[in-house]
Design a protein around this ligand. Structure first.
Ligand code: NAP
Length: 318
């Protein structure tokens, strides 16, 4: 049986979830995929801290040491650096990479994909958009037959949670955000989420796959949800509408138009039923018509399961 040695960069929310899935599903993966996944080292900032369910002897704060023993590098640090440099080094040394880092992919994805192609290795990034919803897999494998005309989605759980609370409990924006932070859906610094930048990062990744062409992050027209208040929600409700924060990319001739903005949608629109921290994606394709996917867009285990799917794919493919 093939053995694949794994270096894990980051053991926070998603990394910690992945450690538990690698342990709990180890035998099943051996049986079904005929591959033995071995976690060799885990890079963290604080290697002294005890982490429940994590073998303390695997932890290191030395970036050099962590990569050495790996066939496959899983990047779950977040942010641009040192994630970008560590992924680049791994690719140059012909190691496969799996990442959930949407911000890095939106900013430096082209460079990283080119590097992977030169060194004949793969980058898996299913968890970077919509957590457990397998939209990257679908677009990657079906793009040639789908002929996508439009792709849109609720791709940020924090903004959807806030809009849902404001509509259903008449909470204010500030109260809803505070609740989202207390429940762990929203970051301590929610600027990228409520301002729509996180959704723009994900839209860029989706648009490039869906339309099989490069697009520019600066071409996404971004409006956050900070200015939405109770009167907007009430006014929409009176007209039979709901407000959702929608990321949308559509083909117009040779151009791809992209936006992230609050939109008023009819109550029978599929996105109207997407509540709380859920995510959803609607793909409109010339032949296939509409394809609707809905599910958990973030969180430790949903995101880790998307990472694990990529790990199994990459580990069994070469
Ligand atoms: N959370 C989600 O639901 C979710 C969903 C989809 C995608 N993602 C993406 O997944 C990635 C990870 O997110 P997360 O929520 O798991 O982050 P997190 O909870 O903040 O965990 C980050 C981990 O990386 C380690 N780390 C960060 N910078 C480091 C450095 N310079 N050197 C060594 N270790 C470092 C931290 O070490 P310490 O533990 O010692 O601090 C921590 O273990 C991000 O790119 C995020 O955008 C997250």
């Amino acid at each position: 049986m093939k053995t694949v040695n794994i270096a894990l960069l980051g053991c926070g929310s998603v990394g910690g979830g992945l450690v538990s899935l690698l342990r709990d599903q180890h035998e099943q993966i051996r049986r079904r995929c005929r591959v033995d996944l071995r976690l060799r080292k885990i890079l963290v900032r604080d290697s002294e801290r005890i982490r429940e369910g994590v073998d303390q002897t695997l932890l290191t704060d030395d970036p050099e040491e962590v990569i050495e023993s790996a066939d496959l590098v899983i990047e779950l640090l977040g942010g641009l650096e040192p994630a970008r440099t560590m992924i680049r080094n791994a690719l140059v040394e012909s190691r496969n990479v799996v990442t959930a880092n949407k911000r890095l992919l939106a900013v430096a994805g082209t460079d990283l994909h080119d590097l992977a192609s030169v060194h004949r290795v793969r980058i898996g990034y299913e968890a970077s958009v919509c957590g457990a919803i397998p939209i990257i897999r679908i677009l990657r494998s079906h793009v040639n037959c789908l002929d996508v005309t439009q792709i849109c989605g609720i791709v940020n759980g924090t903004t959807n949670y806030i809009l849902t609370r404001m509509a259903e409990d008449s909470s204010t924006f500030a109260e809803s955000l505070e609740e989202a932070q207390r429940l762990g859906f929203a970051e301590a610094d929610p600027t990228l989420d409520v301002g729509g930048i996180d959704a723009a990062h994900k839209l860029k990744i989706l648009a490039e796959l869906a339309f099989d062409q490069r697009v520019c992050l600066d071409d996404v027209a971004v409006t956050g949800i900070e200015a939405i208040d109770g009167s907007d929600i009430e006014s929409a409700r009176r007209r039979g509408k709901v407000i959702r924060h929608v990321a949308r990319a559509q083909r117009r001739g040779d151009r791809i138009e992209m936006s992230v903005a609050p939109e008023e949608l009819p109550r029978d629109h599929p996105f109207a039923a997407v509540r709380g921290e859920e995510n959803a994606i609607l793909v409109c394709a010339a032949g296939a018509g509409e394809i609707f996917l809905r599910g958990k867009g973030a969180g430790s285990l949903p995101s880790a399961s998307a990472v694990l799917g990529d790990v199994c794919d990459v580990a069994t493919s070469n």
